[in-house]
Design a protein around this ligand. Structure first.
Ligand code: NOJ
Ligand code: NOJ
Length: 575
């Protein structure tokens, strides 16, 4: 839940801050109204959407976004629920409509399956609550996680206000469907949030982790204790897996395990703001906004846009610039997006709130390059809020954050409308008009700028030292296995991925369709860790898959004998 503190984190007022204050004052109400206009049945632009259905945008051509996406809708309703919980109960009827609509959609059979065979991973539906049957990047497994996080927040608030019957009888079954889906399918391949790359995806893993943690806490609250240990086990497995996205060489978070791109992606910035927990301090295990890894990542991500957009030319290398989904993006020729530029500002505002709460700021070797943008003489260490270094750095970071809002302000038309993209050439609006998610991103960035924080149980978490892939909700590792890390050096082309297959069931019994996808976080090294039986002779091979076409490595098969205990690693080169 988002809470507004009594004291804003605004520091000394600068001219920049004053102009951002003005933009926030005018754009804030427009964003709030723009968001509500896109919710059926009464939203002024909701164009026939049924009650509680969020349209992505009223645009019907170039692109046609008059559909409802589970991701967009859930992120939007998280914002609405935050407002209800904060006291704006006039929006409660809308939340009830949303829950009812989503409960219907859960049951709609669709190209991803039925409610019990994978249909919950379907990314988008028609706004009359029927299935969208066209070709699409499916499934997208972040949807059920984001939806349950939004509904759990609402249900917790209702339960604590005494409305226990409705919560237990109506809301819990809806929440449980999504959480059970996450618990049993999190380790399956998914399309990323941009609907393009099929592999594992940092944003998806992180929001799944959050959903199961909140799910375990909520189930305990309402006495549904039978699910708790499985949710906790799978959450621990997710947190373990989450660590593998960090690329220590590049000092950033690789967004997807597949896809053949740099991996620098707003996916990671959005993760930081959507899993922010002020009580978790600057923990890097959950990549908190002020963690050294998330700050280093923010710099690498932002810098990747400096030279590719004309509107960024001439801007100093330490000032805010327009940012988009990822530098290789070609959708509408690849442009900055409002929601990604605002997400950078929001991560920095969240970081400032946490430093305020901690009363200090820590610079590590990992985050040094980030902090040296603001003071080239700063060194690793902890700086108390009473120190000059703390004041200098936090003031500069507040200005840096405000700079991203200023970029958005500069490219907002006088009507205040926010589309999906703004042109990299001249900042004019492109792609879908009135994107609901753009408005939601403005509302949350502005709230974060006023010091809004939230907490969901990320404090004190640690990742297990050995990761388990979980299985079908079975409860995780059996204990008697050897973690074998397979690493192969393989140069690939864009869109091509490396998989592992072999002679045991853990290696898919030589299947090519269920072979294991390796991570390219350290490209051209591809790797994966698999739990295998001890003291066993195993044969394996790497395969490459490009547009569905499979290429096997040349013969003979590779082989290992796993040790009786400990771990094991291979170091192979593609043949
Ligand atoms: C539509 C998707 O929504 C968008 O994210 C993607 O970039 C384009 N299709 C191109 O694949
Ligand atoms: C394309 C974006 O890439 C995707 O994240 C979003 O869900 C849809 N558009 C709808 O807004």
């Amino acid at each position: 839940m988002r809470l507004l503190p009594f004291v804003s984190l605004a520091l000394a007022t600068t001219a920049l801050a004053a102009s951002v204050d003005d933009y926030v004052a005018t754009e804030g109400p427009i964003a709030e109204a723009g968001l509500l206009a896109n919710i059926g049945p009464d939203g002024s632009k909701s164009s026939g959407a049924l009650a509680g259905i969020v349209i992505a945008s009223p645009s019907t051509t170039s692109p046609d976004y008059l559909y409802t996406w589970t991701r967009d809708s859930s992120l939007v309703f998280k914002v609405v629920v935050d407002q209800v919980v904060a006291g704006n109960t006039s929006l409660q009827g809308l939340v009830d409509d949303f829950v009812t609509a989503e409960a219907t959609l859960q049951q709609v059979s669709n190209p991803s399956g039925t409610v019990s065979t994978g249909g919950l991973g379907e990314p988008k539906f028609n706004i009359d609550e029927t299935a969208f049957t066209g070709a699409w990047g499916r499934p997208q497994r972040d949807g059920p996680a984001l939806r349950s996080t939004a509904i759990i927040e609402y249900a917790t608030w209702l339960y604590n206000s005494g409305n226990t019957t409705y919560v237990s009888n109506t809301l819990w079954p809806i929440i449980k469907l999504d959480l059970d889906y996450v618990a049993s399918n999190w380790n399956q391949t998914t399309y990323d949030l941009w609907e393009e790359v099929s592999s594992s995806s940092f944003f998806t893993t992180a929001v799944q982790h959050r959903a199961l943690r909140q799910g375990a806490t909520f189930a305990t609250l309402i006495g549904q204790t039978s699910v708790v240990s499985n949710y906790q086990t799978q959450a621990a497995n997710l947190l373990c897996f989450l660590q593998s996205y960090w690329n220590p060489t590049g000092a950033y978070i690789t967004a997807n395990t597949g896809g053949g791109r740099s991996g620098k992606d707003a996916n990671t910035i959005l993760t930081s703001i959507h899993t922010f927990d002020v009580d978790a301090g600057c923990d890097d295990v959950t990549f908190q906004p002020c963690s050294d890894k998330a700050l280093s990542n923010l710099k690498v991500y932002v810098d990747s846009f400096r030279s590719i957009y004309t509107i960024n030319s001439g801007i100093s290398s330490t000032s805010a610039v327009a940012t988009g989904r990822y530098p290789e993006d070609s959708y509408y020729n690849g442009n900055p997006w409002y929601l990604t530029t605002l997400a950078v500002a929001e991560q920095l505002y969240d970081a400032l709130s946490t430093w305020t709460a901690l009363g200090s700021l820590n610079v590590t070797s990992t985050s040094l390059a980030f902090f040296q943008q603001f003071d080239s003489s700063v060194t690793a260490g902890t700086y108390a809020s009473s120190s000059t270094t703390y004041s200098t750095l936090t003031a500069a970071i507040k200005d840096f954050a405000d700079g991203f809002v200023t970029i958005v302000a500069d490219y907002t038309p006088s009507t205040g409308e926010l589309s999906e993209q703004y042109s990299k050439a001249d900042g004019s609006q492109l792609s879908a008009v009135d994107l609901t998610w753009s408005y939601a991103s403005a509302v949350t960035a502005f709230a974060a700028r006023s010091g809004a924080t939230e907490t969901w149980g990320a404090a004190g978490l640690t990742a297990p030292s050995t990761c388990s892939t979980g299985g079908s909700g079975s409860g995780g590792s059996s204990g008697d296995t050897i973690a074998v890390t397979f690493t192969v050096d393989a140069t690939t082309t864009y869109g091509e991925n490396i998989y592992l297959t072999g002679s045991v069931s853990e290696l898919s019994n030589w299947s090519t369709t269920s072979a294991l996808l390796l991570s390219a976080a350290n490209y051209p090294e591809w790797s994966i860790t698999v739990n295998l039986p001890p003291s066993t002779a195993i044969q394996y091979k790497y395969i490459r898959i490009f547009n569905g076409a499979v290429t096997w490595e040349s013969d003979p098969n590779l082989s290992i004998t796993t040790p009786s205990s400990g771990t094991y690693s291979t170091s192979d080169t593609w043949r």
